[in-house]
Ligand binder design. Structure first.
Ligand code: BES
Ligand code: MN
Ligand code: ZN
Length: 496
């Protein structure tokens, strides 16, 4: 998306879409002195009852379209409304074949609204058309943000910073939208290597022999039936300079099942295709690192992507198989479709060896969280207040979450006669609290003393229809939150 920030309203053109988000900006425009400089704008007052009017100002060849949502409803009271408005503006501009969107933000809310509107525009402008040969390429409008002269430079910086993050979000969406056969664990590794190279991050990849040597049997067990071996991908960001804090090390763990057939406990065919997105957590962790490497917060961040294919094959893990997890606990594979928690157990253990202090994992882990919360909310579980801090940050990023409890009483549902842990709830309780029992399983592998928040993004990673500023498909959820969390941890007072 081509975007610029200026403090001088450009001369209107017939193929402009001019947006007045903030009535206080409009008031300035209605000021006779300003209006004199922009002939025709003074007539606007008469059209304030609708949010779409023909501008009386005649550019050569016709009149630009004016969009006045802010004159009708206040938008600045809710960040998410401004993002959604940015998305609507993009749609309107495409419908009307506008060549340029001019966002008038020189009112009192402009400095705050500009990055949010830009974010909504950039999220809406994303499309996944790689495989759509017949897609007529619509000419994309450019975007001009008009702000007051006094804050132009600051707004320009804020907008650029925001668009950096949104580019990372959109890159994550590209990975999640790829079909399962086009994005294998090997392809995910290549994508991670490309990010590491471009952004100067250290990368370590544990391949199958290495996983075997180090006892990462969760990945090996799940990946046994795959066509491409599983792997563990580790990316490290180390802040430069002396300002970096020594007491905090953030870990970002992502579930990277590049396709989840369910394995021998095979899934029903209806909507199984959605399981191409079962690596949404890994995409989030990877592209949060992509953003973090550019934002450069003063805190160390380590991302781990655990990636495997969960396939039906003669080598696939069987229901009833038992393996020894990295921390020595034995795990009974009751259901091969509960594979995410098995590969995450390896990532959680590794985070202990990486010496993280705060750990966030993102995973498309359970259908239960989709039933409980639907597509609007990510389910969050955790072992202390840190989970609430993550939820609070996510809210500022347009990625709302809801905390679910780790009910101690349900831990016994994972008990089984023949091993230390069963990978699903016992049959009598299998319909209850699936997101909680999955998190209770994960907790068995969280390193001692680490602040841990688990984000179950099964409902929020992929939308099947239009939703807010998203087109059908991947949302890139948790890239924004993870990047903001790194910035917050870098800035917050010690020992919080
Ligand atoms: N990847 C799925 C969870 C999922 C469901 C993600 C819907 C996105 C949308 C996960 O691996 C899975 O299959 N979970 C099972 C666990 C069950 C067997 C305990 C589930 O939720 O049905
Ligand atoms: Mn599964
Ligand atoms: Zn899965």
């Amino acid at each position: 998306m081509q975007i610029s920030v200026t403090s001088r309203p450009p001369a209107a053109r017939a193929d402009d879409l001019i947006v007045l988000l903030d009535p206080s900006a409009a008031r300035e425009l209605f000021d006779p002195a300003r209006a004199a400089a922009l002939p025709g704008w003074d007539d606007l007052a008469r059209h304030r009852k609708t949010n779409e009017v023909k501008c009386p100002y005649q550019a050569s060849g016709g009149a630009p379209l004016l969009y006045l949502p802010g004159a009708i409803a206040p938008y600045w009271d809710d960040d998410e409304k401004i993002r959604i408005l940015g998305g609507k503006t993009w749609d309107l501009a495409l419908d009307r074949h506008a060549r340029r969107i001019v966002l008038m933000l020189d009112g009192r809310h402009g400095p705050d609204a500009a990055p949010l509107a830009a974010e909504g525009l950039a999220l809406r402008a994303y499309r996944f058309t790689k495989y759509k040969k017949g897609a007529e390429p619509k000419r994309e409008p450019s975007v001009t943000l008009v702000v007051s002269d006094t804050n132009r430079a600051a707004v320009d910086r804020a907008v650029k910073r925001r668009l950096t993050v949104i580019e990372s979000v959109n890159a994550a969406r590209d990975l999640v939208n790829e079909p399962g056969s086009a994005l294998t664990p090997a392809d995910l590794e290549q994508a991670a290597r490309a990010v590491a190279r471009r952004r100067g991050l250290k990368i370590t990849v544990l391949n199958e022999p290495e996983l075997r040597k180090q006892g990462y049997n969760g990945l090996l067990t799940v990946g046994r039936g795959g066509t491409v071996p599983p792997r563990m991908i580790i990316l490290r960001y180390q802040p430069a300079g002396r300002g970096a804090r020594k007491d905090v090390h953030l870990g970002l763990l992502g579930k990277g099942v590049t396709f989840d057939t369910g394995g021998i406990s095979i899934k029903p065919s209806a909507r199984m295709w959605e399981m191409k997105g079962d690596m949404g957590g890994a995409a989030a962790a990877l592209f949060a690192m992509d953003a973090i490497a550019q934002l450069k917060p003063a805190v160390a961040v380590t991302a781990i992507l655990v990636t495997a294919q969960n396939y039906v094959d003669r080598n696939s893990v069987l229901p009833g198989d038992i393996f020894v997890a990295k921390n020595g606990k034995t795990v009974h594979v009751d259901n091969t479709d509960a594979e995410g928690r098995l590969i995450l157990s390896d990532g959680l253990c590794r985070m202990g060896e990486e010496r993280v202090t705060h750990l966030v994992d993102a995973a498309t882990l359970t259908g239960a969280v989709v039933r409980a919360l639907g597509p609007a909310l990510t389910g969050v579980l955790g072992n202390d207040q840190f989970a609430d801090e993550v939820i609070e940050i996510a809210a500022t990023q347009g990625e709302p979450c809801w905390r679910l409890p780790l009910v101690e009483e349900y831990r016994q549902w994972l008990d089984i006669e023949v091993a230390d842990l069963n990978n699903i709830s016992n049959p009598a309780c299998s319909l209850y609290a699936g997101a909680t029992t999955a998190a209770l399983f994960l907790r068995e592998f969280v390193p001692q003393g680490v602040h841990w928040a688990h984000l179950d993004i099964a409902g929020t990673s992929l939308v099947t229809g239009q939703y807010k500023y998203f087109r059908p498909g991947a949302t890139g959820v948790m890239v924004r939150t993870m990047a903001a969390l790194a910035e917050r941890l870098a800035a917050r007072p010690a020992d919080g």
